[in-house]
Design a protein around this ligand. Structure first.
Ligand code: HEC
Ligand code: HEC
Length: 356
């Protein structure tokens, strides 16, 4: 009897405490945000990156970097209400665990249609000035509104409809007020907030960056060899340059096909994407044709096709597509080096995670 009573009491206490906890945990808003905003605006760049990683868009006046603006940007990035059918967020095609790329070859838009290109990895975007595979946008604030308006992707008119739609969603007036001082929602403010969030997605916590200051004493022999190949025999760094492993000024043709189905910026020229987090962002290339890094390396090793616009760095002195003649060890070494560019913490960083 005593035990039954005790049990009953225990059950009641458990029940009431559960209920209480539930009430306390039920957020006022569907968005779970920290009471004091996370740090987004101080990028804490290591010394060797301070020169390369400079923000390439306006951060003066109302665009001054702030944690509140990036917080708003985070909510916008994960909010399916930004799409016409309330089904698709930026994050529906850019997954944090995949370095903000999409593991599918093509991504599904707001009406179930597929994109015609492979979704791109997102990191260190604020330091880049060619956006999209065909480099059609020149900076981040300009870029971020384009997927919202894209008919396949999100299909939402940013100027005519989006501000009014957001104004009716209970959490936005407060978020715009803490970011910009008042409730007014404009396309420019949406763009600024998204750009600041994306720009804060700095990814530099890698083996490469740890090793850089002291000449890579943390690298294995294989990784050191890979780095050497990347810069010399394979000359990957003629295009994947500097510490972002990209090109800031050129688009180019790497001879994927004799005749391109998608000509990118024209003549099969495409953006040279950054190779940071490349281990996480398969499939590869503008059309996601390669599933693995092995396939990518084999392309550069033996698969380059003759094309009138083929980059000169990929031709031999006679003008034919180069063959690198890498042996198996060298291919493995190159891939080992590429994997030193992986930032696992980035894929788990709360600041960039889904707040809904
Ligand atoms: C339906 C899938 C989809 C959605 C939704 C989507 N994207 Fe993308 N994103 C892509 C694809 C595909 C590309 C490459 C498109 C191209 O090059 O034409 C891309 C490219 C980008 C790039 C260029 C990256 C680079 O390195 O040049 C950025 C930045 C970006 N998206 C941000 C966003 C933001 C911000 C949103 C939400 C406002 C968003 N995306 C919504 C699929 C999507
Ligand atoms: C002539 C310039 C050039 C050289 C040299 C070059 N690349 Fe690329 N790389 C590009 C371009 C441009 C793309 C995108 C092409 C496309 O999608 O059509 C690319 C794409 C890639 C991708 C896929 C990126 C993604 O996000 O899908 C990887 C991985 C890559 N390159 C690695 C390498 C390696 C390793 C080497 C050296 C063996 C190398 N590249 C040499 C220009 C170059």
């Amino acid at each position: 009897m005593k035990t039954t009573l005790q049990l009953l009491f225990a059950a009641i206490i458990l029940l009431t405490s559960c209920q209480k906890e539930q009430i306390e945990k039920t957020p006022r808003l569907p968005v779970k945000l920290p009471v004091t905003p996370y740090n987004y605006s101080n990028y804490n760049l290591p010394d060797h990156l301070r020169f390369t990683m400079r923000i390439r868009f306006d951060t003066t006046g109302e665009n001054r970097l702030s944690d509140e603006k990036a917080t708003l940007g985070r909510v916008l990035f994960y909010d399916t209400k930004l799409s016409l059918s309330n089904s698709t967020a930026c994050a529906s095609c850019h997954f944090q665990k995949n370095g903000f790329a999409d593991p599918n070859q093509f991504s599904e838009g707001h009406r179930g249609e597929l994109t015609t290109r492979n979704s791109m990895a997102l990191s260190n975007m604020g330091f880049q000035n060619l956006m999209f595979w065909d480099a059609r946008a020149n900076n981040l604030p300009e870029q971020v509104l384009m997927p919202i308006e894209n008919h396949v992707e999100m299909g939402m008119e940013v100027r005519e409809k989006l501000p009014a739609k957001l104004a009716k969603i209970d959490y936005y007036p407060a978020l715009f007020t803490s970011a910009f001082g008042d409730e007014t929602i404009t396309p420019e403010r949406i763009s600024t907030a998204l750009a600041q969030f994306l720009s804060s997605m700095v990814s530099v916590r890698t083996k490469f960056d740890e090793g850089f200051p002291d000449g890579f004493s943390n690298f294995s022999a294989l990784e050191l060899n890979g780095r050497e190949l990347f810069e010399n025999k394979a000359r990957c760094n003629t295009c994947h340059k500097g510490q972002l492993f990209n090109s800031s000024w050129i688009v180019t043709n790497i001879g994927l096909d004799k005749v391109y189905a998608d000509n990118g910026a024209g003549f099969g020229n495409f953006k040279v994407p950054s190779l940071r987090n490349i281990e996480l962002t398969a499939p590869y290339m503008h059309d996601g044709r390669f599933q693995t890094l092995e396939e990518v390396i084999e392309h550069y090793n033996s698969g380059i096709q003759r094309h009138p616009a083929l980059d000169w760095n990929l031709r031999d002195p006679q003008g034919n597509p180069v063959k690198l003649n890498l042996d198996d060890y060298e291919k493995t070494a190159l891939i080992a080096f590429l994997k030193t560019l992986t930032d696992v913490e980035f894929t788990k960083d709360e600041r960039f995670s889904d707040p809904f």
